[in-house]
Design a protein around this ligand. Structure first.
Ligand SMILES: *[C@@H]1O[C@H](CO)[C@@H](O)[C@H](O)[C@H]1NC(C)=O
Ligand SMILES: *[C@@H]1O[C@H](CO)[C@@H](O)[C@H](O)[C@H]1NC(C)=O
Ligand SMILES: *[C@@H]1O[C@H](CO)[C@@H](O)[C@H](O)[C@H]1NC(C)=O
Ligand SMILES: *[C@@H]1O[C@H](CO)[C@@H](O)[C@H](O)[C@H]1NC(C)=O
Ligand SMILES: *[C@@H]1O[C@H](CO)[C@@H](O)[C@H](O)[C@H]1NC(C)=O
Ligand SMILES: *[C@@H]1O[C@H](CO)[C@@H](O)[C@H](O)[C@H]1NC(C)=O
Ligand SMILES: *[C@@H]1O[C@H](CO)[C@@H](O)[C@H](O)[C@H]1NC(C)=O
Length: 781
C-alpha cells in the first residue's frame, strides 16, 4: 500500500497541470446570464477618505444601524441607506504600541494598526468590539447613545478572542454574553484555539489532532435544546479548514471541517480541565469533480425556515480549490440534521502507530465508553447522575481527548454542488428564500467573489442558473464580508476600499417582457398593464414569470423596432452596434430579410456587426436578432435595425432619389430591382452631394476620422449589460469613415473580435482527472 504514495504525489504534481491542457469545458461550469458592470448608481456606498479594510459588520436592526468596523475606526451608518453616516469612533494604536510592534519585526504601516475584527451585540444592548491593535489584540465595550458611538475604555485582553495578525482568518459569535472565538492565541499564530470567554472560560487542547494549522471560516449557533426529546444541549458549530492529520500522504493536504461544541460544556474535572469535553469534528466534502483534491471551505451561511424546526436548517458553504490548477468555485449545502447525526451516532477515527513512527488514522471499532464521548449532557447522562461535564468519567474524557475526529465524511445534499463557476473565486455567501409566482419557494444564493462582484444564482431542480453578476466594487478587490438584513431586505457587502448596499433584486434591468421572463429571477415578473419588469412583492396584479423554464412565449408581442439610419462611404468601414441582451443570447444578422453569414468584409462581433471596405451591395436594411434558448424553446427578438445607405464616391446625373428599404425575399427579380434601385439612388446621391459640395475631399478626412474614433469607442464597449441601443434620433448623424481603407480600424476590430471570442470559449482550465483517491477509504482494520 505504501508504494502508492509516490505515485500519488506524482499524480498531484504532474498529472494535474497535464490534465489542464487536456481539459474540456466542464458541463458543471455555469456562466451568469447577465453581467452588470460597475455603476455608481448600482448600490448605496460608504467609504471614508484614508480609511481601508471595511470587513467587519454588525446589523443593529433595533437601532436602524449598520455598525461597520474598518482599520482604526468604527462607523454607525443608516441601515436603510449606508451612504448616510450617523457617527463614528476612532480606535487608533498609540505610538508606543506601534513601536513595540515594529520592534517585533512587523510592518508599521500595514500590521501595526488596529484592525477592528469583532463586533457583537451584548445582552444589555451595548456592543463588544475587538481589534488587532498592532499585534496585541484588545477588546472593549461600545455604546450608542444620543447619536454617538462611545468606546468605554474598559480595555480587556483580546488574546484568543481576536487575531494578532490582521491577515489571519478567524470566527466568532456572542451568545448570552459569552464570546465564542476561534483564532490564534499567540503572537506567532501557532496556537490555534476555539475558546469561550466569560464566566466559565474554556478552550481546545493544543494538540494537532484537535486543530492542525487551521484556517477558521465561520461560526454559528443552533438552538437544539428547545425541541430535543433526549434533553440535548444547544450547540455552537465552527467551520474551518486544516491540514489533514488523517491523510497518509507525503504532501500536505488541506481538508474542510465542521466542529461543534455544547454550550453547557464546563470542561472535565481532572482530564480536560477547562477544555471542551464536547469538541467533535468531521470532514466536509464538496465533490466538485469526481476524485479531485478536496475543495476548501471559505464561508458558510446558516439558513433556517422560521416556521420549521432547527433540524431543517441548512448550511450553505462556498468552496475553492486548494491548488492553482483549477479555477472553479462551488457552493454546497448541508443539512444540519445530517451533521448532527454524524456527531451523535457516527464512528470515531483513531490513531494507530504502524511501522515505527508512522501514525495512521483508521475507523475505531472497539468499545465506546458511556456516556458517549463528545456528547452533550442529556437525559440519559442525567439518569446516571451526571448533570454537568465536570462529572464525566475519565474514560469518556480520555477517549475524546485522543479522538475528536469522526470517521464519516459529511456529504452535501444531493452529493454534489448546487453551483459551480469557473473564473471569479467565491469568497462569501448569503441565501434568501423567496416565493415565486408559481407559489413555490426558491432559495436564492448571493455569492461574493475575489473580483468584487456579487453573483445571484438559483439551483432549479438540479439546474444551476446564475441570474446575474453585478460589479459592486470599482476595483477588482475581494468581497470580505456579506450580510443580509431581513428587516430592510438589503444585502451589505464590505471590501478593503468600502462598503456597498444592494437590494435583493433590481427588476428594472430588464426592459422587455422577454428579458424579464428569460432572466428567471424569482423576485421579478412582467407586469402587462404597467409594461415593466417589477418586484413580485410590490405588485398586486398578475405577473408573467417562468423561473423553472424561462418560457417567454407567455409574453405579449414586443413593440416594433424603429430603424436607425446610417450611411457609409464606399470602401469605408462601419460598425453596427448590437449588444446582446444577455450572455446566453446569440446574435444573428439579416440584410433585407436574408440571413447574413460572416465573411472577410462582414465580421460578426460579440456586440455588433463590422462592415469593412463597403461597397454598393452593402446597402440595405440590417436587422440584429437575438436568439436565446430557454428550456422550452428558442426566443428570438429584434434588438436593433439599421437602414444603411452608401454615399457614392463618383458623380452622376441621376434624379434625386433616396435609397429605399429593401425587404423583398431573395428572388432574382427582387435582387435585380434592388440593384437597379441602388444604382439610381447612387447616382442621385452623387449628384446631390456634388450639388451641395459634400463630395468627399481629402481635407475632410480629419473630421471623418474623428467621427470614426467616436464610433470606435462603441466598438470597445464590452459585451455586457447595457442600456437598450441608442435612440433613433441621436443616430442619424452622417456616420463613418473616410477612405483610409480602414486599415487601422480593421486592425483594431480584429483584435476586439479575438478578445470576444476568447471570452466566449474560456477553455482555460478545470481538471478532469482519472480517479485518484487522496483520502483513504481503507478505514477498517
Ligand atoms: C487593507 O486594505 C489595504 C488597501 O486596500 C490592502 O492593501 C491591505 O491588504 C488590507 N489589509 C488587510 C489586512 O486586509
Ligand atoms: C428576521 O429574522 C429573525 C431571525 O433571524 C426573525 O426573528 C424575524 O422575525 C425576521 N424578521 C422578518 C421581518 O422577517
Ligand atoms: C476593397 O474592395 C475593392 C472592390 O470592391 C477591391 O478592389 C479592393 O482591393 C478592396 N480593398 C481591400 C483593402 O480589401
Ligand atoms: C430614415 O430615413 C428615412 C428616409 O430614408 C426616413 O423616412 C426616416 O424617418 C429616417 N429615420 C430616422 C430615425 O431618422
Ligand atoms: C488603401 O490600400 C491600398 C492597398 O492596401 C494602399 O496602397 C493605399 O495606400 C491605401 N489607401 C489609404 C488611403 O490608406
Ligand atoms: C495593429 O495592431 C497591432 C496590435 O494591436 C499594433 O501594434 C499595430 O500598430 C496596429 N497597426 C495599425 C496599422 O494600427
Ligand atoms: C483554447 O484552445 C485553443 C486550441 O484548442 C487555443 O488556441 C486557445 O488559445 C485556447 N483559448 C484559451 C482562452 O485558452
Amino acid at each position: 500500500k505504501r508504494a502508492m504514495y509516490p505515485v500519488l504525489s506524482l499524480a498531484v504534481f504532474w498529472l494535474l497541470p497535464l490534465a489542464l491542457t487536456l481539459e474540456e469545458d466542464s458541463p458543471l461550469d455555469c456562466r451568469p446570464r447577465r453581467s452588470v458592470p460597475y455603476r455608481s448608481e448600482n448600490a448605496q456606498r460608504f467609504h471614508e477618505e484614508g480609511v481601508f479594510n471595511y470587513s467587519t459588520m454588525l446589523l443593529r436592526e433595533d437601532l436602524d444601524l449598520l455598525v461597520l468596523g474598518a482599520r482604526e475606526a468604527v462607523y454607525a451608518l443608516e441601515l436603510k441607506d449606508i451612504s448616510k453616516k450617523r457617527t463614528s469612533v476612532k480606535w487608533e494604536v498609540t505610538p508606543k504600541q506601534k513601536d513595540d510592534c515594529r520592534n517585533k519585526g512587523k510592518d508599521p504601516e500595514m500590521d501595526c494598526k488596529n484592525y477592528i475584527r469583532i463586533l457583537h451585540k451584548t445582552e444589555d444592548d451595548r456592543m463588544y468590539v475587538c481589534g488587532t491593535n498592532a499585534f496585541d489584540p484588545e477588546c472593549d465595550y461600545m455604546s450608542f447613545a444620543d447619536g454617538t458611538l462611545t468606546l468605554e475604555n474598559k480595555r480587556e485582553d483580546g488574546k484568543g478572542k481576536c487575531p494578532f495578525d490582521p491577515f489571519q482568518r478567524y470566527a466568532s459569535i456572542m451568545f448570552e454574553n459569552n464570546l465564542y472565538s476561534a483564532t490564534s492565541m499567540n503572537f506567532l499564530g501557532s496556537e490555534p484555539v476555539l475558546m469561550r470567554s466569560g464566566l466559565a472560560s474554556i478552550r481546545t487542547e493544543f494538540k494537532s489532532s484537535w486543530l492542525h494549522e487551521p484556517n477558521f471560516v465561520s461560526m454559528t449557533q443552533m438552538p437544539e435544546a428547545m425541541t430535543s426529546t433526549i434533553g440535548d444541549d444547544d450547540k455552537v458549530y465552527l467551520f474551518f479548514s486544516e491540514t489533514a492529520v488523517e491523510c497518509d500522504c507525503y504532501n500536505k493536504l488541506v481538508v474542510s471541517r465542521v466542529a461543534r461544541v455544547c454550550k453547557g460544556d464546563l470542561g472535565g474535572l481532572r482530564t480536560l480541565q477547562k477544555k471542551w469535553t464536547s469538541f467533535l469534528k468531521a470532514r466536509m466534502d464538496c465533490p466538485v469533480l469526481e476524485s479531485q483534491l478536496p475543495y476548501i471551505i471559505q464561508d458558510t451561511y446558516r439558513w433556517c425556515d422560521p416556521q420549521q424546526d432547527w433540524k431543517d436548517c441548512l448550511f450553505y458553504a462556498v468552496f475553492t480549490p486548494q491548488s492553482d490548477t483549477s479555477d472553479l468555485s462551488a457552493v454546497c449545502a448541508y443539512r444540519v440534521s445530517d451533521i448532527s447525526k454524524v456527531f451523535a451516532e457516527g464512528k470515531y477515527k483513531t490513531p494507530v502507530t504502524v511501522e515505527t513512527s508512522f501514525v495512521k488514522w483508521v475507523m475505531y471499532s472497539g468499545d465506546v465508553p458511556v456516556p458517549r464521548p463528545g456528547a452533550c449532557i442529556d437525559n440519559e447522562a442525567r439518569k446516571e447522575g451526571i448533570t454537568e461535564t465536570l462529572g464525566l468519567p475519565d474514560r469518556t474524557l480520555q477517549f475524546i481527548k485522543d479522538r475528536p475526529l469522526m470517521d464519516q465524511v459529511i456529504q452535501p445534499i444531493g452529493q454534489k454542488p448546487l453551483l459551480v463557476r469557473r473564473g471569479a473565486t467565491f469568497t462569501r455567501i448569503v441565501v434568501n428564500q423567496v416565493q415565486g409566482a408559481d407559489g413555490e419557494k426558491y432559495k436564492v444564493m448571493f455569492v461574493g467573489t475575489e473580483e468584487g462582484t456579487l453573483l445571484k444564482a438559483v439551483n432549479y431542480d438540479g439546474e444551476m442558473f446564475i441570474i446575474e453578476e453585478v460589479q459592486l466594487f470599482k476595483n477588482t478587490e475581494p468581497i470580505k464580508i456579506l450580510k443580509f438584513s431581513n428587516v430592510t431586505g438589503q444585502l451589505y457587502a464590505g471590501s478593503d476600499s468600502g462598503a456597498a448596499q444592494v437590494p435583493l433584486a433590481t427588476c428594472e434591468r430588464s426592459s422587455s417582457c422577454m428579458d424579464c421572463v428569460l432572466s428567471r429571477d424569482p423576485y421579478c415578473g412582467w407586469d402587462k398593464a404597467a409594461r415593466k419588469c417589477t418586484l413580485l412583492s410590490s405588485s398586486q396584479g398578475e405577473l408573467i414569470q417562468s423561473v423553472k423554464d424561462g418560457d417567454a412565449s407567455l409574453c405579449p408581442d414586443a413593440d416594433p423596432v424603429k430603424p436607425l439610419n446610417k450611411s457609409i462611404w464606399p470602401m469605408g468601414n462601419l460598425k453596427l452596434d448590437c449588444p446582446p441582451p444577455s450572455n446566453m443570447a446569440k446574435t444573428n444578422w439579416e440584410r433585407d430579410g436574408n440571413h447574413l453569414t460572416p465573411a472577410d468584409r462582414l465580421q460578426f462581433l460579440q456586440d455588433g456587426l463590422l462592415i469593412l471596405n463597403a461597397s454598393q451591395s452593402d446597402a440595405g436594411q440590417y436587422r440584429c436578432l437575438s436568439v436565446e434558448r430557454s428550456k422550452t424553446s428558442e426566443h428570438t427578438t429584434t434588438v436593433v435595425e439599421y437602414q444603411i445607405s452608401i454615399h457614392p464616391a463618383g458623380s452622376g446625373d441621376g434624379k434625386a432619389i433616396y435609397p429605399q428599404a429593401q425587404t423583398d425575399g431573395p428572388s432574382v427579380a427582387g435582387l435585380q430591382a434592388a440593384i437597379g434601385l441602388l444604382v439610381v439612388s447612387l447616382l442621385a446621391l452623387l449628384t446631390w452631394n456634388f450639388y451641395k459640395g459634400h463630395l468627399p475631399l481629402p481635407w475632410n478626412c480629419g473630421k471623418k476620422k474623428g467621427e470614426q474614433s467616436l464610433d470606435q469607442e462603441g466598438l470597445n464597449s464590452h459585451v455586457s449589460y447595457q442600456q437598450a441601443p441608442r435612440s433613433a434620433q441621436e443616430e442619424d448623424k452622417p456616420v463613418v469613415v473616410g477612405r483610409d481603407n480602414g486599415t487601422s480600424n480593421n486592425n483594431h476590430s480584429r483584435g476586439e473580435a479575438a478578445v470576444g471570442a476568447a471570452e466566449e470559449e474560456n477553455n482555460a482550465s478545470g481538471v478532469n482527472l482519472p480517479s485518484l483517491q487522496f483520502i483513504d477509504d481503507e478505514s477498517e482494520i
